[in-house]
Design a protein around this ligand. Structure first.
Ligand SMILES: Nc1ncnc2c1ncn2[C@@H]1O[C@H](COP(=O)(O)OP(=O)(O)OP(=O)(O)O)[C@@H](O)[C@H]1O
Ligand SMILES: O=P(O)(O)OC[C@@]1(O)O[C@H](CO)[C@@H](O)[C@@H]1O
Length: 315
């Protein structure tokens, strides 16, 4: 039975967030606190969609030795768990939260190369959960050993099944997706990922917008360029808007982009016009900023944030 929303996490992570008064490289840093969360981009997107109140199926790969936090997350949020277990542990990524600087330093491990049979099983689960009308989200890095074309090939297969595919990738997998004959329905690079693809700096909004428009002109239905605290540009059907985030206290910016991807998926499913979709996606990310770990406060709180946002038309 196809799912309305399906996420793929081929390289998920347990995020260990370590809170410091101030990070001093090369010194002994005393931590204030540490928390661990089931995470990784695909898992974070699934958690946000579940908190929004839509049925979501999580697919991908999880190390069987430390899958307890993932099982707990899936059970707590009502996420359908179709992830394949592989021998060993899911990687742990370290997030150093520097309170003085208000910044996070990420130390991401490479992850585990899956056996070909496990990867086949995970992709079979993805295809089984997909059908006409499914929104399929492919996000995050690929584990070592997987070809850069993995997402590009999946986009074509999932589109053939009638899904609308949303991709949040970087570096070679993003370039492969953007250069493939079958393009995704939506992409959400951040400005650095877009610069990496373009091969040169995109120093201002005009340059980012021109590049986003060039991607949309190739046939990508929705191109979103996220710019951290500056907000995001949204380009769809020849039109463009920008939404700046609201002034809210930031607890952790880790996963803000994943929340935005979840908001994009939810907006596409509801057929929202550009400005409303952009406000919803930004509200998802703003709501996420107020908590550590994946997820949202709930639909009413997110809708209240969205209602207060402005979408600036850039046409
Ligand atoms: N410090 C911040 N203050 C306000 N809003 C923010 C901040 N960081 C992110 N956001 C919001 O979240 C959106 C996505 O953030 P960002 O561009 O950092 O995505 P990302 O690089 O994909 O993030 P990640 O990989 O950590 O999930 C932004 O467009 C903005 O609306
Ligand atoms: O290795 P990737 O997939 O690029 O990034 C992994 C990661 O940094 O992304 C999420 C935030 O977006 C975190 O939960 C996770 O640790």
């Amino acid at each position: 039975m196809p799912a309305p929303f399906v996420t793929l996490a081929l390289n998920p992570a347990i995020d260990q967030t370590i809170e410091l008064d101030a990070l001093v490289p090369g010194a002994v840093n005393l931590a204030r606190a540490a928390v661990r969360h089931a995470a990784g981009k695909g898992i974070n997107v699934a958690a946000c969609l579940a908190d929004w109140g839509v049925p979501v199926t999580a697919t991908g790969l999880l190390g069987e030795a430390n899958d307890a936090p993932f099982r707990a997350l899936f059970a707590a949020r009502g996420i359908t768990d179709c992830c394949v277990r592989i021998p060993g542990e899911t990687r742990t990524n370290i997030k150093l939260l520097d309170r003085a600087a208000g910044a996070t330093t990420d130390i991401n491990l490479p992850g585990t190369t899956p056996a070909p049979e496990a990867l086949d099983e995970a992709l079979a689960a993805l295809h089984a959960a997909t059908g006409p009308g499914t929104i399929a989200v492919l996000s995050g890095s690929l584990p070592p050993g997987l070809p850069a074309e993995t997402y590009a090939e999946l986009v074509a297969l999932l589109a053939e099944q009638g899904a609308r595919v949303v991709v949040d990738a970087s570096a070679a997998p993003l370039s492969a997706v953007l250069g493939a004959p079958v393009l995704p329905h939506a992409v959400k690079p951040n400005r650095h990922e877009l610069e990496g693809w373009a091969g040169h700096a995109l120093p201002d909004r005009a340059a980012l917008l021109a590049t986003a428009r060039s991607l949309a002109a190739r046939g990508i239905g929705l191109v979103v360029v996220s710019m951290g605290s500056e907000g995001a540009l949204f380009v769809m059907a020849g039109r463009a808007v920008m939404v700046r985030p609201p002034a809210l206290a930031v607890t952790s910016s880790v996963g803000a982009g994943d929340a935005m991807v979840a908001g994009i998926a939810a907006g596409l499913a509801d057929g929202l016009p550009l400005a409303a979709l952009a406000r919803r996606a930004t509200a998802f990310s703003a709501a996420k900023l107020q908590r550590t770990g994946a997820g949202l406060p709930g639909r009413a709180a997110v809708e209240a944030i969205a209602a207060a946002l402005q979408a600036e038309t850039l046409d």
